[in-house]
Design a protein around this ligand. Structure first.
Ligand SMILES: Nc1ncnc2c1ncn2[C@@H]1O[C@H](COP(=O)(O)OP(=O)(O)OP(=O)(O)O)[C@@H](O)[C@H]1O
Ligand SMILES: [Mg+2]
Length: 414
């Protein structure tokens, strides 16, 4: 039995540790407090906290107290026996034969340091071992039940601190990615505005001269047909430039009430030849009672064109693209999806594909998804990418419905 004074000492230390775990986002600060307080209250020589790096199969030092720099800088512990035993036993382990115990990786150095006994305390997070606290003593001793209870509670608090640190790290990483994407989109916007201005004038000239030549050309001749294509393509370029300009101004002018299904059908029929040429089957699953919503039709058509082009490029030849729409009543938004049986997107690329100029294609500009993302965002919507479990990619466009709920119960158009 420990004296009430000693129990009170454990309680005070534990309270100090808990307070820091809950007030600090700096895991190192917490671990440093833990190693110093544990050393002091147990009258130990020193304590180390090592975190387990499963990929490297080693325990890396995060905090140490009371031990010489020479001893703690020996390098990571890669002794598989220690790691395996932690997994197997998952309880405090006492090592009291420093020179001969195979679980001590640097026995002579430990002896020279004046260590005669060690206690390994595993740190677990939902049954997974994530690290170990190693407490070193200058002489052998026994551990009363209360001390081991105190150490288990300290170990749990360390696991909490480490988990919080991981969460913060992940959030910071996501925030950084978002900030980079936003920076790049802003830069793209400025560049697009500049380019659009420069290109608009020559395009107007091309359109003017080709239209007047068209009037003079034979109605049924090949020159006339060629000029028709030039005019058509120039008009298309002008539309894209106009959209880029809109995108760069972060505005969605000319919004009208429109049905997403109509836009999808139109986009599909424009790309029909390309699908046939690549032997790509299109399956449609369009919700027939989809309510109309406020959209810039050209811009949303451009989004679906980009998605369908990407799917075709990811498939190459022979595959299926499924295009679907639905109304999400809970979230009050119109949802359009493009799903393909193509190559899918690697984990590394998934986080980057919406960045301007990010492309994995030799001829790609990497603008398709960045522009689409900007357009959907300007509609207060979201554009997300997923990999299908069975292979291929799936892109989901969500646009808020600014009108009431759809009439009727809806059925599927095929
Ligand atoms: N359906 C898809 N399947 C697999 N990868 C895709 C798909 N859609 C996009 N990607 C990946 O995302 C990258 C970026 O796409 P994005 O449309 O922005 O540019 P791009 O297609 O490379 O060039 P472009 O500017 O000509 O569209 C692609 O290079 C490709 O790696
Ligand atoms: Mg593309």
């Amino acid at each position: 039995m420990l004296s009430p004074l000693r129990v009170q000492g454990f309680y005070d230390v534990f309270r100090e540790i808990i307070a820091l775990v809950h007030s600090s986002t700096d895991v190192r600060e917490v671990l440093e407090l833990v190693v110093s307080k544990v050393t002091q209250i147990l009258g130990a020589k020193g304590t180390m906290f090592r975190s387990l790096d499963l990929e490297k199969g080693q325990l890396e030092l995060c905090a140490a107290y009371g031990l010489s720099d020479h001893y703690v800088s020996k390098g990571p512990v890669s002794n598989m026996r220690v790691i395996e035993e932690m997994y197997r036993e998952n309880r405090p382990v006492i090592i009291d034969d420093i020179l001969n115990d195979p679980r001590v990786q640097y026995p002579e150095e430990a002896w020279e340091e004046g260590i005669r006994m060690m206690l390994n305390l595993p740190i677990t997070l939902r049954k997974d071992i994530i690290g170990v606290i190693r407490i070193c003593f200058a002489e052998k001793r026994i551990f009363p039940e209360e001390e081991l209870d105190f150490l288990s509670s300290v170990a749990q608090e360390c696991a909490c601190a480490v988990e919080r640190a991981w969460l913060f790290e992940e959030l910071q990483c996501r925030y950084d990615q978002l900030a980079t994407r936003t920076d790049k989109l802003t830069a793209l916007g400025r560049m697009a505005a500049g380019i659009a201005h420069e290109i608009n004038n020559p395009l107007s000239g091309i359109l003017l001269f080709s239209t007047s030549l068209r009037e003079k050309a034979d109605p049924g001749g090949t020159v006339g047909e060629g000029l028709d294509i030039i005019i058509e393509e120039t008009v298309r370029c002008r539309e894209i430039i106009k959209d880029l300009l809109e995108f760069s101004r972060e505005k969605t002018h000319q919004q009208t009430m429109a049905n997403l299904n109509t836009i999808i059908q139109k986009t599909l029929s424009l790309l029909d030849n390309m699908f046939r040429g690549n032997r790509i089957e299109i399956t449609k699953d369009l919700f027939s009672d989809l309510p109309e919503c406020l959209l810039n039709q050209n811009q949303i058509q451009q989004v679906f064109t980009n998605l369908l082009l990407n799917s075709t490029e990811a498939i190459g030849r022979d595959g299926t693209i499924k295009v679907s729409s639905r109304f999400d009543l809970d979230r009050m938004c119109i949802v359009g999806e493009v799903e393909d049986t193509g190559s899918g997107i690697s984990e590394d690329d998934l986080g980057r594909i919406f960045e301007p100029f990010y492309t994995t294609k030799p001829q790609g500009t990497g603008l398709g998804l960045a522009v689409s993302y900007g357009i959907v965002k300007n509609h207060q919507g979201t554009l997300k990418a997923f990999n299908n479990p069975g292979g291929g990619a799936r892109f989901v466009v969500e646009i808020p419905a600014v009108i009431g709920s759809p009439t009727g119960h809806g059925c599927l158009e095929n």
